[in-house]
Design a protein around this ligand. Structure first.
Ligand code: HEC
Ligand code: HEC
Ligand code: HEC
Ligand code: HEC
Length: 487
């Protein structure tokens, strides 16, 4: 997509957002009273449940979207999606702060770029705009020019990152006054910068998170509420909390290893700690207040159920429109072709296509032909043609294609159905790896499992906890069982 296109679609969306602000279905976010709501008193760390006072600060927290604008819809009951999230937020009338931990996308591909652009429109320019978004390692992977273009003017915060670049979009903190209380939000990155950003020429520098935190609150009254979003592992996050002075009122852990947050805050050195979870599947609804010197948090998780990519599925219609525009842009600018054949194959050999294997492995080929893997491409074609299911160009969307074909993104791998029909579907080489060497050697060069990983791990590259929630290798293998030719 050209810069022109980006600019004009940004205008269009801003225009849409304005229109829908005028005809807002839900009242504007009022940072006034907080009605007491017994639903929100589930837990307070180690203390017994305590009713939050009416003036507690209500914070809606999400994070680690990792490129998941919407669930793929491969299984029923998937959670999350921006359309559903923004609908939920729109239904809330009395929240005070909207926080996004960061790592909105998880790579630096052309698709990631377009996803970040789309997410930034939804999170920062539409009716309900986020107050702060942290900066994680993945966010730094995209070239600064793209990243800063999309986030400039957005509420990016990175307290222990400094940059010499003029277009650096992040501030050391974000701040909001809520019922006479000032709340300041910092974001700390625990890990070292990626290799590429550690050179002399790099525009970005990482400083000590403990010192950066102290700097954010230097000279500020103790009445200021202090929130830290911390990017790191569970151990890193718990480790830094006791070292932070002044003491945070709330720490939000942005940890990709913490898949599903509980509706409970942990207490670390007296500081309430919550996690965002991953892929934007839930929103954390937290109330924060001080009880004398003690910071308290009551929270619950809101699973974003009912989100579907299908027409008529749940979600904010304006957000759905923006996401649909993104999908159309991805198809029109042929991102699928741009991202094909970018990296070498795992064993250096080339993909030859499923039909080549059939010659020497007729029995395995027969079993495969009867399995659903042999229809994975047709499934996408059907989904695309069926307006009741998807009705948008899923065969041109790299995420969908990647799990339904052989070797997409790798040299000699799937490009388009027209170019590489024998690499469509989850064919032999998706599981056994590229077969040119094996074929030429008449079967002497071993195939094994692609990348040398465990069989069950290989299945889980696609059958993950969302696509196949109750996947058990031993059960599912029986449904695709095959092997050597009978002697
Ligand atoms: C490249 C991604 C990918 C990998 C790797 C993969 N699958 Fe699948 N699998 C799919 C897709 C896509 C479908 C659905 C195809 C359709 O319905 O069109 C599927 C469907 C299935 C089905 C039929 C539906 C069901 O669950 O009853 C079984 C069984 C299955 N896979 C087992 C496995 C096993 C066992 C492994 C590992 C040995 C594996 N798959 C590895 C993508 C994958
Ligand atoms: C991470 C890999 C992955 C991605 C990404 C993915 N799929 Fe799938 N898809 C699967 C697997 C695995 C299955 C089989 C699930 C099962 O039955 O256990 C499947 C099944 C399906 C099915 C059949 C479901 C049914 O009810 O029969 C459809 C349709 C589908 N996928 C469409 C899509 C579309 C459209 C996208 C992109 C929006 C997509 N997939 C992205 C892995 C993936
Ligand atoms: C979804 C992944 C997947 C697909 C697709 C697949 N296989 Fe396999 N295949 C496996 C796994 C996993 C095993 C190992 C099973 C075991 O050892 O228990 C296996 C085993 C085999 C074996 C026997 C290996 C041995 O040493 O005993 C042969 C031969 C084979 N596959 C050939 C093929 C051919 C040919 C195709 C395509 C027509 C194919 N496979 C498609 C996953 C797959
Ligand atoms: C020219 C014939 C030929 C072709 C083509 C061929 N194979 Fe084989 N393959 C063999 C022979 C021979 C063996 C060893 C069989 C035996 O020991 O019974 C073998 C063994 C295997 C095995 C089990 C041992 C191992 O290396 O892991 C797998 C898996 C396998 N082939 C997959 C494939 C796949 C996938 C393709 C297509 C890319 C393919 N083969 C194409 C001849 C072939």
């Amino acid at each position: 997509m050209t810069q022109m296109n980006l600019a004009s679609s940004m205008l269009l969306v801003t225009g849409l957002a304005t229109i829908f602000t005028t005809f807002a279905q839900c009242g504007p976010a009022k940072a006034t009273t907080n009605a007491q709501d017994p639903q929100h008193t589930k837990n307070v760390g180690e203390q017994d449940p305590v009713q939050p006072p009416p003036d507690a600060i209500r914070i809606l927290i999400s994070g680690l979207m990792l490129g998941r604008l919407e669930p793929c819809g491969c299984a029923s009951g998937q959670l999350g999606g921006l359309a559903r999230r923004m609908q939920h937020i729109g239904e809330q009338r009395n929240y005070d702060l909207l926080l996004e931990g960061g790592n909105i996308v998880s790579g630096s591909s052309e698709l990631d770029k377009q996803k970040l652009f789309t997410a930034a429109q939804i999170l920062f320019t539409m009716e309900r705009s986020y107050d702060a978004v942290g900066v994680g390692l993945h966010d730094l992977e995209l070239p600064l020019a793209d990243w800063s273009d999309f986030l400039l003017g957005g509420p990016a915060v990175a307290s222990n990152l400094t940059s010499t670049a003029e277009a650096w979009p992040a501030k050391p903190f974000q701040e909001k006054i809520i019922r006479d209380k000032t709340v300041r939000i910092a974001s700390l990155l625990m890990s070292e910068l990626p290799e590429a950003l550690r050179s002399e020429k790099s525009h970005v520098m990482r400083t000590d998170p403990v010192i950066a935190w102290t700097g954010v609150f230097e000279g500020q009254a103790d009445t200021m509420m202090r929130i830290a979003m911390v990017h790191g592992t569970d151990v890193q996050i718990r480790g830094i909390i006791p070292k932070l002075t002044p003491r945070p009122d709330l720490v939000i852990g942005v940890d990709p290893g913490y898949i599903e947050p509980d509706g409970a805050a942990a207490l670390v050195a007296g500081v309430p700690l919550v996690f965002t979870g991953i892929r934007g599947r839930v929103v954390l609804d937290a109330r924060l207040w001080r009880d004398g010197d003690t910071s308290r948090v009551a929270c619950e998780t809101v699973p974003l159920a009912g989100s579907q990519t299908i027409p008529g599925g749940g979600g904010d219609p304006n957000v759905k429109e923006v996401i649909m525009m993104h999908r159309m842009n991805v198809a029109e600018s042929n991102v699928l072709a741009l991202m094909a054949e970018q990296k070498p194959t795992p064993n250096g050999d080339s993909y030859v296509g499923t039909t080549q294997c059939t010659i020497c492995h007729p029995t395995a080929a027969k079993a495969w032909g009867a399995s659903k893997h042999a229809h994975a491409w047709q499934t996408l074609v059907d989904a695309e043609a069926d307006p009741k299911r998807y009705g948008w160009p899923v065969t041109k969307y790299p995420d969908c294609v990647g799990c339904h074909v052989i070797g997409y993104g790798e040299q000699s791998g799937f490009k388009t159905y027209e170019d590489t029909p024998s690499l469509a579907n989850v064919g032999c080489e998706r599981c056994h790896g590229p077969g040119s060497g094996h074929m030429i050697s008449g079967g002497k060069k071993k195939m094994g499992i692609i990348g040398g990983v465990l069989k069950s791990e290989m299945c889980a590259q696609c059958h993950d906890f969302e696509q196949s929630p109750d996947f058990l290798y031993t059960d599912r293998w029986k449904l695709i069982e095959h092997g050597l030719e009978p002697k």
